[in-house]
Design a protein around this ligand. Structure first.
Ligand SMILES: Nc1ncnc2c1ncn2[C@@H]1O[C@H](COP(=O)(O)OP(=O)(O)OP(=O)(O)O)[C@@H](O)[C@H]1O
Ligand SMILES: [Mg+2]
Length: 807
């Protein structure tokens, strides 16, 4: 178009538009002119020739226009009429510049025409140029034209062949548009694209490609393929592999391939390479690259986070599971498998939850009902069982899983095994209960002891002074004494329960002790009961008070006897065992270590759960009034605790009972029991006794008994007073009989103080045992004789004589 405009600007002045016939026509006319035929024939012929030429011109598809040197139109063919909308008759003689040249080019056209005519120069003559033409209706359109000057009969004319190129322009425009669209598309893809020809030469690429590969513009502009390739290779982690691939693909133009490229700087590209085909021919290769670093990183991050969640799941100490609504486990973690004692996750996954997991299969359904609506399960305790059937208490927390419609499809739960904690709590609760009952009973028992001592001593004194004929009174007195003695034995049990009695610990071989006691125990049971003793070969020793063990055995054997009114088998057994952590977690008690178990089993009535829970409570009994006081097991419990042991009751209704006493095993050898007051003589004496006793009634009773036996008695109300009296009468005092707990100074301190004196008299303790005392010291020196309160006159008289007679 510009070119065309240029033609008219610079060359048009040289053009005189002339009506011209074509070169052929010109030639034809020449020939005609030169022919010297008949004039008429010539004329006729001339007209015919002109007509012929006219037709030839009109048959042309191009507009054929001629102008004379003035720029007037002298020829205008049919096609020109159609093209410009001017009739031949109308336009002939008109100036070209005022008809078909757009006004803006007219001036230049005129100039160009003039220039040619004066100089003979015309830049656009004799070649095809494009320019803009004007239709009669004022519309413009693109044309291609060729202009040639024709000299005819001394005049210059110009012939133009004009072709409407509107359509061509339109399709060119479309092509151009689609090409730029293609380019724009190429530029807007997410991929870097490189197109090479079959020889590997770069044909095209997009900006993205350059950016992704960080190829400087200068490198690509150089179109130096090797330089570009070296740029590419430098960045790769494994350039050799990439190069090999490139070679392989160039060797096989039809191959398609894909792989992942890793960069030294951590980026990751996906690479595709496809043959580029045109009309069924492979003309090159298209490489496309996509930066997937972020995607890879995201995938890697996801993988890492999944891995860490998986580890959390795998390593959790809590059990974790996912289950379906109908009670199938879908996922379980190793902790759950362990907790429930299964061999593998597969094994656990195969179970039916309600049937194999819940102790009460209906409980699962109840739970689901309860949590269906809320969907959140928080710290719900349920009773499950392990693979081996052992019960476990678990605490469940989690949520319900729902489908799109909101229906519950399953559950996701965390499981905590709280069996041990619950058992420990139960133990603690039990211990606290016992402790408070113990405090209560202990306080009362001590006061009772002194009362009973007074009653017993006085009853006996009265008895001794009664004339032989007062037999009725004597019987009443016996009644009184009997009752007081029963009271005393109850108090003793209460004190044992509250652990306020005095125990003297020494290594004891339990099996041997049980054997020694068999004679006594046998007398407790009727012939209908078979008494068996097992575990005689057990040589293990425990730290124990022999008397306490004896009392324990008496209690247990009595209970077993009472449980077998129809007879049965009563077994006493000693066995060594080791309590480990597992035992403790199963039972909720049991300091790990070696133990000796003393067990008493019967084949009697057994106990239900409710009874079992209360048996250690003082005064709990199921026996009819008068038959049982409910103190046997309370006392046993207290004694066992005092020995740092444990007591376990295994019992089911109608299935008999086994009571196991666990006492910590020691390595020391059993020692002979400390001296016991064994003298049977009830004779008095002339010696002087220092009686140290804070309770005035007890003191009075003792003084009366002893003086009656001929002894001289000096009394003191506490240790301080006793020391003072001793200092004054040291050489006279043969025996110090001292209570243990007294205000200011107790018996033990008195004993220690006296030991430091030049002369140590014989010494004997007597006590009602109190809590304070137990706190004050461990145990009394075992070598010192001990008289337990409440004592009877006989007890007192015998022990005093015995101690005085000791060498
Ligand atoms: N071997 C056993 N078989 C069945 N039940 C038992 C057995 N041992 C104890 N019991 C139950 O435990 C209760 C409490 O026992 P405990 O020895 O403490 O008191 P008691 O035997 O009733 O009375 P006490 O021992 O003071 O004479 C009993 O009443 C009985 O119900
Ligand atoms: Mg009993």
């Amino acid at each position: 178009m510009l070119l065309a405009a240029g033609f008219f600007q610079f060359s048009a002045p040289a053009l005189g538009w002339v009506v011209v016939l074509t070169a052929a026509v010109a030639l034809g006319l020449g020939v005609l002119a030169w022919s010297q035929g008949l004039r008429a024939r010539r004329l006729r012929g001339l007209v015919a020739e002109q007509e012929h030429v006219r037709r030839i011109l009109d048959s042309a598809l191009d507009a054929v226009i001629a102008i004379d040197a003035e720029g007037r139109i002298i020829e205008w063919n049919n096609q020109a009429e159609r093209m410009f909308g001017w009739k031949r008759a109308e336009i002939l003689g008109q100036r070209l510049s005022s008809t078909i040249i757009p006004p803006r080019y007219r001036e230049q056209h005129e100039r160009g025409l003039r220039l040619y005519l004066t100089t003979g120069r015309g830049e656009v003559l004799n070649r095809r140029v494009e320019f803009t033409a004007l239709r009669r209706d004022g519309s413009e359109f693109p044309v291609e034209l060729s202009i040639a000057p024709v000299s005819w009969e001394g005049k210059t004319t110009f012939t133009a062949f004009v072709r409407d190129i509107s359509e061509r322009r339109e399709s060119e425009k479309q092509l151009e548009q689609s090409l730029s669209l293609l380019q724009a598309t190429l530029e807007s893809t997410a991929d870097g694209i490189l197109v090479v020809d079959n020889a590997g030469k770069i044909v095209s690429y997009n900006r993205k490609f350059l950016d992704m590969w960080r190829i400087p513009d200068v490198v690509i502009a150089a179109r130096d393929d090797n330089l570009a390739l070296s740029y590419v290779l430098d960045q790769l982690k494994d350039p050799e592999q990439f190069l090999a691939k490139v070679r392989e693909l160039y060797a096989d133009p039809e191959a398609e391939s894909y792989d992942i490229l890793e960069f030294k700087d951590g980026r990751v590209f996906e690479r595709y390479s496809q043959p580029q085909r045109l009309g069924g021919r492979t003309i090159g290769r298209v490489w496309s690259f996509r930066d997937v670093t972020q995607r890879k990183e995201a995938a890697e991050a996801l993988r890492r986070s999944e891995e860490s969640y998986r580890q959390l799941f795998e390593r959790a100490t809590y059990g974790i599971y996912r289950s379906t609504l109908d009670g199938r486990l879908v996922t379980v973690n190793p902790a759950l498998v362990r907790m429930l004692g299964y061999d593998s996750a597969e094994e656990l996954l195969a179970i039916d939850m309600a049937r194999d997991l819940y102790l009460d299969p209906a409980e699962r359904a109840r739970l689901i009902e309860r949590y269906r609506t809320s969907g959140v399960i928080e710290d719900v305790e349920v009773a499950w069982k392990r693979k081996d059937g052992k019960p476990v208490v678990v605490r469940l927390s989690g949520t319900a899983l729902r489908d799109e419609s909101g229906e519950v499809t399953g559950f996701e739960m965390i499981v905590e095994d709280v069996t041990e904690r619950r058992a420990l709590e139960e133990q603690l609760r039990q211990a606290q209960k016992m402790e408070s009952i113990g405090q209560l009973t202990g306080g009362i028992a001590h006061d009772f002891n002194n009362l009973l001592t007074v009653i017993l001593a006085n009853a006996e004194m009265i008895g001794r002074n009664l004339p032989p004929e007062a037999s009725d009174l004597r019987a009443d007195l016996e009644e009184l004494r009997g009752a007081a003695q029963r009271g005393a034995s109850m108090v003793k049990k209460l004190l044992a329960f509250s652990r306020r009695d005095e125990l003297r610990f020494a290594p004891v071989n339990l099996a041997q002790l049980a054997a020694e006691l068999m004679g006594m125990l046998r007398r407790l049971v009727p012939a209908s009961i078979e008494l068996r003793l097992l575990g005689q070969d057990c040589e293990a020793c425990v730290m124990a008070d022999r008397g306490a063990i004896e009392q324990i055995l008496v209690n247990l054997v009595t209970n077993a006897r009472d449980a077998m009114p129809e007879g049965g088998v009563l077994t006493i057994e000693t066995v060594e065992t080791y309590l480990d952590e597992e035992f403790r977690s199963d039972h909720g008690w049991g300091e790990p270590g070696p133990y000796v178990i003393l067990s008493v089993s019967d084949t009697g009535t057994g106990m239900d759960q409710k009874t079992k829970e209360r048996v250690f409570e003082p005064f709990f009994t199921t026996k009819p009034p008068g038959a049982g006081t409910g103190l046997g097991l309370a006392m046993t419990y207290g004694l066992v605790k005092h020995h740092r042991g444990f007591i376990e009751i295994l019992s089911e209704p109608k299935a008999g009972t086994t009571v196991r006493i666990y006492l910590p095993k020691v390595t020391e050898e059993a020692v002979e029991p400390h001296p016991k007051i064994s003298s049977v003589s009830e004779t008095g004496g002339r010696e002087t006794i220092l009686l140290v006793e804070d309770d005035p009634a007890v003191r009075r009773a003792a003084v009366r008994v002893l003086e009656k036996q001929g002894y001289t008695v000096i009394v003191a109300a506490d240790g301080i007073e006793a020391l003072d009296l001793f200092d004054r009468h040291a050489d006279r005092i043969d025996l110090v009989l001292s209570d243990v707990v007294m205000p200011r100074m107790g018996g033990r301190s008195l004993y220690e103080a006296l030991k430091k004196k030049d002369r140590m008299p014989r010494f004997m303790f007597t006590s009602g045992y109190t809590a304070g005392e137990i706190k004050e010291r461990g145990s009394l020196p075992p070598e010192v004789p001990f008289l337990q309160k409440p004592w009877t006159v006989t007890d007192l008289v015998r022990s005093v004589r015995e101690v005085l007679d000791r060498h």
